[in-house]
Ligand binder design. Structure first.
Ligand code: SF4
Length: 212
């Protein structure tokens, strides 16, 4: 569990609450020590939304890109991290955002995320289709059926009936409903326990709240 202000070093402990798109990006980042442009942008906006401050995001990305020198990182990557936080370019997008992770369920409703419109599910599903060696996008939309089956089994969906249900939703292009069923199946199983996922930070917020 994470308490207090989130830091670069807390991200690994929060991955269990991430939707499949962000779990996939996180795993590829750890494997390759690099992500291509759209992957960095998709993941960075999500991390911003879970309350990672800019200075911690810069530490997170610097440490994750461990195969690069400081100079390469500053020259090629730091600008984009700051840009996603609205601190470069037109600076129209800057929303100061702070979230302190509570030790136990707070009495008032908690809102973790600043939901970036740019990072919504519909944008991820419909824009910038991933090419070879790119890991951004939505697994329900962009993985092959076989890869999705293997991924679902690896994150705890081992019941064949559940996998078939999710695959059928995907075949009918109901990607966000499939993601919502994945959430429900892995966190209680009740169909309709939550509204259709519209944003990866929405998934995270609901999952984290269940754990405190
Ligand atoms: Fe991510 Fe949205 Fe796809 Fe779920 S539906 S995996 S949250 S992009």
């Amino acid at each position: 569990k994470v308490t207090g202000n989130i830091t670069a070093f807390d991200v690994d402990r929060l991955v269990e609450h991430f939707p499949l798109c962000m779990r996939h990006l996180h795993r590829k980042l750890r494997d390759d020590k690099h992500l291509k442009h759209y992957g960095r942008m998709q993941y960075n906006l999500f991390l911003k939304g879970i309350g990672l401050p800019l200075e911690e995001a810069l530490i997170f990305w610097r440490k994750s890109f461990s195969k690069f020198s400081d100079e390469q990182f500053q020259k090629n990557y730091a600008y984009n991290v700051r840009h996603n936080y609205g601190m470069e370019g037109k600076r129209v997008n800057y929303t100061p955002y702070k979230y302190v992770y509570p030790e136990s369920k707070p009495a008032v409703k908690i809102h973790f995320a600043h939901f970036e419109t740019n990072g919504s599910c519909s944008k991820i599903i419909n824009n910038n289709q991933p090419g070879p060696e790119e890991h951004h996008g939505c697994p329900f939309r962009h993985f092959s059926e076989e890869s999705l089956r293997v991924t679902l089994a690896s994150v705890g969906v081992r019941n064949d009936a559940y996998i078939r249900e999710i695959i059928n939703l995907v075949r009918n292009k109901h990607y966000q409903v499939a993601c919502t069923r994945y959430y429900e199946i892995t966190r209680g199983g009740e169909r309709g326990m939550m509204d259709t996922i519209e944003h990866p930070n929405h998934f995270f917020e609901q999952s984290y709240k269940l754990s405190i």
